[in-house]
Design a protein around this ligand. Structure first.
Ligand code: PMP
Length: 361
């Protein structure tokens, strides 16, 4: 329409990379296994379903904005003060709160790359600048290089351990060395979305670092080990003044009552959750071993997925997986991330991986 001009969007939006969610299963003749989003293959625990069903008639009411009950449960779980715990609609929302609470336009956020693809988006959205530090050749965080990348403009460093999509984890020694090099006015966020699957005794545990350093935040989620991805609930454990800031920037009522109750019930079902985690870890190690026997050079994963370095053959590999009914997450030119699913899904993944090798060689 002549004379009418469109609303101008923020310039920061022009440079945002897209978030590509894992593909869903398409209709097909073969059985489909969706191993593209690191989801938990188990259905909700009966006690969790019960808890959700009990509160679902209250859908007409707003949830408790302070998340009081689940805050106390999480605080108890970790032996921290409730004032240190704050929630968001998934830990991705909490990561967004952190960057929005801390960064002014032009401030820098340092993270490893490749890592969780929401990091550059959240950073760009806040008008901050992403500083991507390449992973080492063996797909691990290069913490010395990340420390060296910190400048006067750096406000936040995101440490993803185990790292999405490579599954590698940071050791406690490495993180201590890193903390010694980073000024205490830089917030170090330890994103432990996959921590429950980490069985490496040398691995850094975010909670220990939160206790020891005044500038550490730990991010946890109920989406992976607890299997509540669809309900959207995650949390930060942070110094009190940071927690207060996160609550201040949070979208009001961003965590539903269903999510709060499901998280509470999940925390109360710790031993059942543990059993499932153990089974998933066993499956992961089985998949890893099979892939190694096939001849894949797979790095050790401490998460609920494995990383196949398919390089320039990634698209072809993705298609071969798809022909077997396996939906994976492909990173063009780099590799394929396959989640640990049901035993049948994992077996099909292994068979498909062999097929990919046969095609590529
Ligand atoms: N951190 C990492 C490293 C992730 O991989 C994910 C999910 N893909 C998240 C955070 C966010 O998970 P959620 O928002 O479901 O808690």
């Amino acid at each position: 329409d002549a004379g009418r001009s469109a609303v101008s969007l923020r310039s920061a939006l022009q440079s945002l990379p897209p978030y590509k969610p894992g593909k869903s299963a398409a209709s097909s003749d073969v059985v489909q296994y969706k191993l593209s989003s690191n989801e938990n293959p188990y259905p909700p625990l009966p006690s969790v379903l019960d808890a959700v069903n009990q509160v679902s008639p209250q859908m007409n009411l707003y949830p408790d904005m302070t998340c009081q009950a689940v805050t106390e449960a999480v605080a108890n779980r970790w032996g921290v003060e409730p004032s240190a715990v704050s929630f968001g609609s998934g830990s991705v929302e909490v990561a967004s709160q952190i960057i929005r609470a801390v960064c002014d336009e032009g401030d820098e956020v340092v993270f490893a790359w490749r890592s969780f693809e929401a990091y550059p988006i959240l950073t760009g959205l806040a008008g901050a600048t992403a500083v991507k530090v390449p992973l080492t050749a063996d797909e691990r965080h290069d913490l010395p290089a990340m420390a060296a990348a910190v400048t006067e403009r750096t406000k936040v460093v995101l440490v993803c351990t185990p790292n999405n999509p490579t599954g590698t984890s940071v050791t406690a020694d490495e993180l201590h060395e890193f903390m010694a090099r980073v000024p205490s006015n830089v917030l170090v966020v330890v994103d432990e979305a996959y921590v429950h699957f980490n069985v490496d005794p040398a691995a850094a545990r975010g909670i220990d670092f939160f206790r020891e350093y005044p500038n550490v935040v730990v991010l946890h989620t109920f989406s992976k080990a607890y299997g509540l991805a669809g309900l959207r609930i995650g949390y930060a454990i942070a110094p009190d003044y940071i927690s207060a800031a996160l609550r201040a920037v949070a979208i009001p009522f961003g965590v539903s009552n269903l999510a709060q109750q499901a998280a509470l019930a999940s925390l109360a079902a710790e031993s059942e959750v543990e059993e499932r985690i153990t089974a998933l870890v066993e499956q992961r190690d089985h998949v890893h071993q099979q892939l190694t026997e096939q001849g894949w050079d797979v790095v050790e994963s401490q998460a609920n997925f494995v990383w196949l370095r398919t390089g320039e053959h990634t698209e072809e590999a993705e298609q071969i997986f798809a022909r077997h009914g396996v939906i994976v997450r492909a990173f063009a030119g780099e590799g394929i991330r396959g989640s640990i699913g049901s035993p049948a899904g994992n077996q099909t993944f292994i068979v498909a991986a062999q097929d990919v090798l046969n095609h590529l060689n």
